[in-house]
Every structure is written in structure tokens, then in C-alpha cells.
Design a protein around this ligand. Structure first.
Ligand SMILES: *[C@@H]1O[C@H](CO)[C@@H](O)[C@H](O)[C@H]1NC(C)=O
Ligand SMILES: *[C@@H]1O[C@H](CO)[C@@H](O)[C@H](O)[C@H]1NC(C)=O
Ligand SMILES: *[C@@H]1O[C@H](CO)[C@@H](O)[C@H](O)[C@H]1NC(C)=O
Ligand SMILES: *[C@@H]1O[C@H](CO)[C@@H](O)[C@H](O)[C@H]1NC(C)=O
Ligand SMILES: *[C@@H]1O[C@H](CO)[C@@H](O)[C@H](O)[C@H]1NC(C)=O
Ligand SMILES: *[C@@H]1O[C@H](CO)[C@@H](O)[C@H](O)[C@H]1NC(C)=O
Ligand SMILES: *[C@@H]1O[C@H](CO)[C@@H](O)[C@H](O)[C@H]1NC(C)=O
Ligand SMILES: *[C@@H]1O[C@H](CO)[C@@H](O)[C@H](O)[C@H]1NC(C)=O
Ligand SMILES: *[C@@H]1O[C@H](CO)[C@@H](O)[C@H](O)[C@H]1NC(C)=O
Length: 334
């Protein structure tokens, strides 16, 4: 009896790095070991991203549209190696037994591409291979860097948005985390996802083009000493996947409210208080939001006192924008 159970588990292990509910990696990459629930993520496959038999992050992948819903990862501050330029695919999404990601070069779309994008889908598409989990956040080892270059962590991203706006946000969040979330015992949980509010696509409809990229940051202080338990904070960021778009900086409580009640689960602190949404210190979170908003006029903070009427209207309608697809024009005067 014992033997047959063991064999069953071993077979599961070999065949399923595609890991339902992230059962093999949720402890490492999700705040409080809790995977958030987001509406509308149908036909998703949970991938514990494996390279060299080590897990590096987690991706909820949309096999119909061949882009991720989100990647969940942690930020470390190790020194970086060189940029890596090759791409991987996920053999198990093509029914292969290899649990590690594999190089994408020359992989045939007929054989590998029924449930994922292949490299050629992006060639000549005019869109960048846009990372959700950014390469520059991963310098722990060469493999941690390489592992972000899998096409299951990629969606078609507008070149200017990718290279100028989103990259600037990534740099700022790195610096802000270094300044405000590098205390002993701090853990930095990030979730980066895309929204697809239209049916725009590339590669003859194979790969959907998202309308928005979003990132949520949780500076987790639940594991630190009591005296600095109030150092944690969180915030959410959303930008349109378009030229010269704005990035909306949100308090985490209202972030993606139409998609999820809570990206970061409740945590009970040492005094029995419930910390919601990883907001260990909301004053600190608001200060950080202010500080980020001050770095670039394209970063917009949805608090009415600090905004022109026009921007306020846009932001005021922000939630219904997501819900009803109201269109507002990005500012052209920046
Ligand atoms: C899920 O995938 C199946 C098979 O491709 C498809 O028929 C169905 O429409 C998809 N569901 C949604 C909600 O996209
Ligand atoms: C891809 O594989 C299919 C099926 O095996 C084959 O018919 C096709 O010629 C291959 N395409 C390329 C570009 O190799
Ligand atoms: C991309 O465009 C170039 C130049 O037109 C062409 O040679 C190449 O075959 C195209 N590649 C793909 C994958 O469509
Ligand atoms: C990482 O990559 C660099 C350059 O590709 C190489 O020089 C270095 O030896 C690698 N480090 C390890 C630990 O493999
Ligand atoms: C981040 O910090 C580095 C080092 O202090 C600095 O060179 C860089 O300009 C900063 N980037 C942003 C976007 O603030
Ligand atoms: C907490 O404090 C104790 C005693 O001062 C120390 O040994 C320990 O390293 C601290 N833990 C963290 C995570 O800083
Ligand atoms: C995308 O296409 C599907 C299937 O045709 C349709 O149900 C859906 O409403 C479309 N979504 C948008 C935003 O146009
Ligand atoms: C927007 O970006 C695309 C390429 O991503 C470019 O072709 C187009 O000219 C740009 N439009 C404007 C108004 O800058
Ligand atoms: C919360 O953060 C603010 C700003 O960083 C700080 O002044 C305050 O002491 C913190 N509150 C607690 C309870 O630690």
C-alpha cells in the first residue's frame, strides 16, 4: 500500500511542474503563503517557474490567449550579472515530460504553441516581449535572471511604454524598496499582471495584446521583530499599454477593486490586530505613494486635492473605467 502511494506521488512530481494552485511554490512567492483570487482568469494554468531544478517565481498563465495573467515573485538586492537575451518556453504546456523551462529557439509553433506563445509569435509583431517579472529584479544567480526570460512571463508590450514608462516604474520601485523595505527580516512580495480589455492580438490572433500592465507591492514586516513590525507597507500601480501613458498609483485597498477583493490576505499581528492588504503602516504607504508621484509627472496619484479637475475626473472614473470601458485621453501636456 505504502509503495503504491509513493509511486503515485513520484509520477505526479515528474509530470506536474504545472502545479495546480501553485502547490509546489506558493510558500515561497505569495505573501502569507496565500494565492489571491482574481476574477476572469479562466483557462489558467499555474506554473511554478523551474530552471535547473530550482523554482524562481510563479505564473498564472492564460493558455487561451497565450499570455500570463500574472507573475508573483520576490525582489532581492543582489548584484546583477549581464543581461540575458535568449528565451525559454514551457515544455509541459506541449505535453512534454521535461519539468524545466527549455530554450525557445526554433521551437515549432505547431508542436509547442497550442497552449503558449512561441518566439516567432513576437517576431515582426512591432510589440516588445514585455516582462511581467522583470529581469533586472533578479540577480541572485545567473539562473534567477535567465528564468525571467520565459515566454510564459511575457506579454506583447508597447515599445515606448516598456522602455520609458514601465521601466522607470520598475527602477523606482527597486529604489523605493531599497530605501524603505530593506530592514532585517523584510520580505518584498510583488505581483505583476496584465488586463486585456479588448481583443487586440498579434500573430494571426494567437497572442492577445493586453490593454494594461499592473503591479502590486507588499513590503512584508510580519516576520520581523516586534519593535519594527510597523515598517511594512503596500501600494498598487497600473498603466495603459500605450505610448506616453500614465501610471496610476493606488492605495492597495482600492486597487483592482473590480477584479479582486484582496490581493494580499489578512494577517493577525502580535496584538491580535488584523493587518489588511499588507498595510502594516498606512502612513508610511501614503508617504511612499507621495514620494513616487513626485518623481515624474506621468505618475498620477488618485487623491483629488493634488490633481487638476481634468485628471481628477479621469481618476474619479477610474474604477468605472475598468468596469465600463469609459475612455479618457491621456494628458498631452506633459
Ligand atoms: C476556455 O478554453 C476552452 C477551450 O479552448 C474554450 O472553449 C472556452 O471558451 C474558454 N473559456 C473562456 C471563458 O475563455
Ligand atoms: C512544424 O511541425 C509541423 C508538424 O510536425 C510540420 O508540419 C511543420 O512543417 C513544422 N514547421 C516548421 C517551420 O518546421
Ligand atoms: C520577419 O520579417 C522579416 C523581414 O520581412 C522576414 O524575413 C522574416 O521571415 C519574418 N519573420 C517572421 C517570423 O515572420
Ligand atoms: C554568470 O554569467 C557570467 C557571464 O555570462 C559568467 O561570467 C559567470 O561565470 C556566471 N556565473 C556563474 C556563477 O555561473
Ligand atoms: C535609482 O537609484 C540609483 C542609485 O542611487 C540611481 O542611479 C537611479 O537614478 C535611481 N533610479 C530612479 C528611477 O530613481
Ligand atoms: C530579532 O531580535 C533578536 C534579538 O535582538 C535578534 O537576535 C534577531 O536576529 C532579530 N531578528 C530579526 C529578524 O531581525
Ligand atoms: C472578445 O471576444 C469574445 C469572444 O468573441 C467576446 O465574448 C468578448 O466580449 C470580446 N471582448 C471584448 C472586450 O471585446
Ligand atoms: C506609438 O508607438 C508606435 C510603436 O509602438 C508608433 O508606431 C507610433 O508612431 C506611436 N504613436 C505616437 C503618436 O507616438
Ligand atoms: C508609520 O510610518 C511613519 C512614517 O514612516 C512613522 O513616522 C511612524 O512611526 C510609523 N508608525 C509606527 C506605529 O511605527
Amino acid at each position: 500500500m505504502w509503495t503504491s502511494v509513493t509511486i503515485f506521488i513520484l509520477i505526479q512530481f515528474v509530470r506536474l511542474e504545472l502545479s495546480p494552485n501553485f502547490e509546489k511554490c506558493f510558500k515561497d512567492f505569495f505573501y502569507q503563503e496565500t494565492v489571491p483570487t482574481l476574477k476572469g482568469q479562466s483557462n489558467s494554468t499555474q506554473i511554478c517557474q523551474l530552471l535547473g531544478n530550482k523554482y524562481y517565481y510563479a505564473t498564472n498563465y492564460d493558455t487561451n490567449n497565450r499570455i500570463p495573467y500574472y507573475s508573483a515573485y520576490r525582489l532581492s538586492f543582489d548584484n546583477c550579472g549581464k543581461r540575458y537575451n535568449k528565451w525559454f518556453i514551457e515544455p509541459q504546456l506541449a505535453g512534454k515530460d521535461n519539468p524545466n523551462m527549455a530554450l525557445a529557439k526554433n521551437k515549432n509553433a505547431t508542436i509547442y504553441g497550442s497552449e503558449q506563445a512561441v518566439d516567432n509569435d513576437y517576431t515582426n509583431s512591432s510589440f516588445d516581449r514585455g516582462h511581467l517579472n522583470p529581469q533586472m529584479y533578479h540577480c541572485e544567480t545567473n539562473n534567477s535572471r535567465k528564468a525571467t526570460n520565459t515566454l510564459t512571463n511575457i506579454a506583447p508590450q508597447n515599445h515606448i511604454f516598456n522602455n520609458i514608462i514601465w521601466q522607470k516604474l520598475e527602477n523606482i520601485l527597486y529604489n523605493i524598496s531599497k530605501t524603505y523595505c530593506d530592514f532585517a527580516g523584510a520580505r518584498r512580495y510583488f505581483i505583476t499582471g496584465v488586463l486585456s480589455e479588448t481583443n487586440r492580438s498579434i500573430s494571426n490572433g494567437r497572442v492577445k495584446v493586453p490593454t494594461h500592465y499592473w503591479t502590486a507591492v507588499c513590503c512584508d514586516s510580519s516576520g520581523v521583530n516586534d519593535t519594527i513590525r510597523s515598517e511594512g507597507w503596500s501600494a498598487g500601480f497600473l498603466g495603459e499599454n500605450a505610448n506616453n501613458s500614465l501610471i496610476y498609483i493606488n492605495e492597495i485597498e482600492n486597487f483592482l477593486a473590480n477584479y479582486t477583493p484582496r490581493l494580499f490576505t489578512d494577517y493577525k499581528d502580535q496584538n491580535g490586530n488584523i493587518i489588511k492588504n499588507c498595510l502594516f503602516n498606512s502612513t508610511k504607504a501614503f508617504n511612499i505613494i507621495d514620494e513616487i508621484a513626485a518623481t515624474d509627472p506621468r505618475f498620477i496619484k488618485p487623491i483629488k486635492e493634488s490633481l487638476t479637475k481634468r485628471i481628477f475626473n479621469a481618476v474619479y472614473n477610474f474604477r468605472s473605467y475598468i468596469l465600463d470601458k469609459l475612455i479618457f485621453s491621456p494628458r498631452t501636456d506633459l
